[in-house]
Design a protein around this ligand. Structure first.
Ligand SMILES: Cc1ncc(C[n+]2csc(CCOP(=O)(O)OP(=O)(O)O)c2C)c(N)n1
Ligand SMILES: [Mg+2]
Length: 427
């Protein structure tokens, strides 16, 4: 009670400040998390009005059950060959992450971000999209490029900012960009890709194209204004876009509660905008595939956007600059109820009689070798911090079609100063 209050007979107002359930040293226990059994969430028609789909945002699309069998209406019935390709892309993503994380620790680059535990989110979705559908990812969907068989050497060149780097060292490592890969430039400014994706999708429709857009952001990033203005445009114009929220429970050291995760599901954002919303087991590659295929069909047949929450868990640190042991319980990842996405698909294939543990181990070995060989190749182009990989002049190029006078002046001044101090180009 506050005696200075004008109404001392009323209890003072208070704020709710979210607090994660477990901190370092605590034993995590998620047994009370309401994970619906596989096969329970219904599959509406992809043309269903959003208003008839409101329950979906509180459900959980799951195909693989606890015994790794595919069940229920969302089973995409993929061929064993496709399942094996999907498994391979996920395992390759993990192998790539492991190697590049090590490269950062060895001082070969300044920064890296792994997607461990979230490989199904990017790989599963990519398999359900067309190769030329435009992706607007966040920094944790390297699996898209890998599932599109993009060159690992090319990705590494960017990570090393070396002379093979198509972005000429102008982007933070891992912020890839490739038109040919239909992979839009990653931005460090969270959620900017959301309105860009919606705008691209609107342009595609305005031009009478058939390509759709897909975008991804973390659950923390949904607190950004950009997320909401994107939803607004998407619903008003029924833009052909798939908006993915990767709910991996953490935004660096802030848990999902700070982005509204205590109050409702992230998929429920869709209902407020009148957008079709799906909530999906993000550690189930078949569920991610099925939900994306559903949303792609909806978008391509002009029934509008879909917002998909992928319920998953960030198994490792946010980036190489992070130390999660400082803010969360060490055993959270192993206690997470949805398991590991690679192990789940592996076990599914084994259950079908289409794969074995021996084959899996052999593939892991082979993929580690593949990544190692790519790394050797990329390092021939140099590593970060070892010499100048691009000429100084390049800092003025590629923005304006014709260099404006003030930049011409600055460039000439730079050249003159470098010449005067006896520096050779490339040194
Ligand atoms: C506009 C903006 N605000 C803050 C940051 C700093 N920042 C970088 S990543 C991050 C956490 C994002 O978490 P989430 O959206 O959940 O994605 P995740 O890293 O979990 O995949 C923050 C706060 C930023 N890059 N941009
Ligand atoms: Mg997150």
């Amino acid at each position: 009670m506050n005696a200075d209050s004008p109404r001392p007979n009323l209890a003072p107002l208070t704020l709710h400040v979210p607090e994660p359930r477990y901190r370092p040293g605590d034993e995590a226990d998620f047994s009370d998390i309401g994970v619906l059994p596989a096969g329970q969430t219904p599959r509406p028609d992809s043309a269903a009005p959003a208003a008839e789909m409101r329950d979906m945002v509180y459900g959980l699309v799951r195909v693989l059950d606890d015994d790794a069998r595919a069940i229920g209406p969302w089973d995409p019935r993929l061929s064993p060959d496709t399942l094996r390709k999907m498994l391979r892309s996920m395992a390759l993503t993990r192998a790539f992450d492991a190697r590049m994380f090590r490269a950062q620790r060895q001082g070969k680059t300044s920064f890296y971000m792994k997607s461990t535990g979230e490989e199904a989110v990017s790989v599963g979705a990519t398999f359900a999209l067309q190769r030329d559908d435009m992706c607007f990812p966040s920094y944790r969907q390297q699996g898209i490029l890998i599932a599109r068989d993009w060159s690992l050497v090319d990705m590494m060149n960017q990570i090393y900012s070396n002379k093979g780097d198509r972005l000429k060292g102008r982007q933070l490592p891992i912020m890839y960009s490739t038109i040919e890969g239909a992979f839009f430039s990653i931005s460090g400014n969270l959620a900017t890709q959301y309105p860009q994706a919606v705008g691209w999708a609107m342009a595609s429709a305005a031009k009478g194209d058939t390509r759709i857009a897909a975008t991804w952001c973390g659950e923390g990033s949904t607190a950004e204004g950009d997320f909401h203005s994107a939803c607004m445009f998407a619903t008003v114009y029924r833009a052909p876009v798939i908006m993915n929220i990767v709910n991996n429970q953490w935004a660096i050291s802030s848990f999902a509660g700070f982005a509204g995760g205590e109050a409702t599901t992230f998929a429920a954002r869709a209902a407020g905008y009148g957008i079709a919303g799906l909530r999906v087991d993000g550690n189930d590659p078949l569920a991610v595939y099925a939900a994306t295929a559903w949303a792609a069909e909806r978008a391509r047949t002009n029934h509008g956007p879909t917002l998909i929450e992928h319920f998953t868990y960030r198994a490792e640190g946010h980036s190489t600059s992070d130390d999660p042991s400082a803010y969360r319980s060490a055993d959270e990842a192993t206690k997470w109820p949805l398991g590991d996405p690679i192990a789940r698909l592996r076990d599914h294939l084994i259950g079908l009689g289409e794969w074995s543990l021996e084959q899996h181990d052999a593939q892991d070995q082979e993929l580690a070798e593949t990544v190692k060989a790519a790394q050797k190749e990329a390092e021939k182009n140099g590593i970060l911090g070892h010499g100048m990989h691009q000429s100084f002049d390049t800092m003025f190029e590629d923005v304006f079609e014709e260099l404006p006078w003030h930049l011409v002046e600055q460039r000439d001044q730079m050249r003159a100063e470098r010449a005067a101090s006896g520096i050779r180009e490339g040194a």
